[in-house]
Design a binder for this molecule. Structure first.
Ligand code: MLT
Ligand code: MN
Ligand code: ZN
Length: 310
């Protein structure tokens, strides 16, 4: 399998258009140690020819342009796309809006839970990718499904599983109580497997907490791409950016007793890579104390263009 990080940033990207926080100002100024990042998405392929996207970010047009493997192949006719499928992990803006870039009467498949496909269905703009050309396939939980699209079998399976999370920001219902209307299937993680090669990896860009069930599932995995939104739970409040903790946003933080570094420390995962990193995260600065403190814990900070082969 070839896995490419198309975008390693959380919603808003890095720099975020309206943000002058320390990190956004530094990356805009070209300060050494700061890399610009586009919004959250991975691409995966078994043969390097046919690809599945894991989430479709608002920056997808730019991500395709900077990834030759995703370009239309002139040997394949006037219209062509190597992108045969898109798998969605939630209905957040940063994960679904890129679908709009895939209009223009091109065949591919969209995979998501019934909750997330329901969001697409209730927003008529997504009809621009109409069935049967673009089928929407409901992902069951805890069951591997072959990834296919445009008449091609990618030779990979995807298994969706529920992870602790939250309903999409724009669907939060304060009257629904503490969980804001969140239901099973609103946030999932993915296990992508190449059955022929017996290799697999996990992709979990949004996760509120690592409970026993999730820890057990991830134990001994070879590669996990994981939610790196925040360094500390209250960093957005401390920086005066937003009046919300990570817990309120449905994102675990890196540090802390319940943080991802601590939770993964005993799970024996081969390679741990942070993605969906928010622009407020001090670990984005390669020269920061925050970055130095996570080096040595086994974690890598993902970046756009990072490629992993399994
Ligand atoms: C999130 O990850 O919390 C969301 O992407 C937030 C948003 O939609 O802006
Ligand atoms: Mn997000
Ligand atoms: Zn910022």
């Amino acid at each position: 399998m070839i896995i490419k990080v198309l975008g390693s940033s959380a919603g808003g990207g890095f720099p975020q258009w309206n943000c002058n926080c320390h990190n956004c100002a530094a990356v805009r100024a070209g300060t050494p140690g700061f890399k610009a990042r586009t919004q959250s998405s991975l691409a995966v392929s078994r043969d390097g020819i046919s690809w599945a996207l894991l989430n479709a970010s608002p920056d997808l047009r730019q991500q395709i342009a900077s990834t030759p493997a995703l370009h239309a192949d002139p040997r394949r006719g006037l219209r062509h796309s190597p992108i045969k499928a898109v798998v969605l992990t939630n209905g957040d803006v940063d994960h679904i809006i890129g679908l709009i870039n895939l209009r223009e009467a091109q065949a591919f498949s969209i995979y998501g839970t019934s909750r997330v496909l329901g969001i697409l269905k209730s927003n008529s703009v997504f009809q621009v990718m109409a069935e049967p050309l673009v089928p929407r396939i409901t992902l069951p939980l805890d069951q591997p499904v072959q990834i296919k699209g445009d008449g091609t079998d990618l030779g990979l399976t995807v298994e969706a599983f529920a992870v602790p999370g939250k309903i999409a920001l724009y669907l939060e219902d304060a009257s629904a109580g503490k969980d804001l209307g969140t239901q099973e299937g609103d946030t999932i993680g993915l296990k992508i497997t190449d059955p022929a090669a017996k290799t697999s990896f996990f992709y979990i860009p949004g996760c509120a907490t690592i409970d026993d069930k999730l820890a057990k599932r991830l134990e001994g995995a070879s590669v996990v791409f994981f939610d790196g939104t925040l360094f500390t739970d209250n960093e957005m409040i401390e920086q005066g950016l937003l009046d919300k903790t990570g817990a309120r946003m449905g994102h675990i933080s890196m540090l802390g007793d319940a943080g991802s570094i601590s939770a993964f420390s005993k799970l024996g995962v081969g390679r741990l890579i942070y993605v969906h990193i928010n622009n407020s995260n001090p670990a984005l600065d390669e020269n920061s104390a925050a970055r130095k403190s996570i080096e040595g814990t086994g974690w890598e900070v993902g970046y756009d263009g990072l490629e992993v082969r399994l």
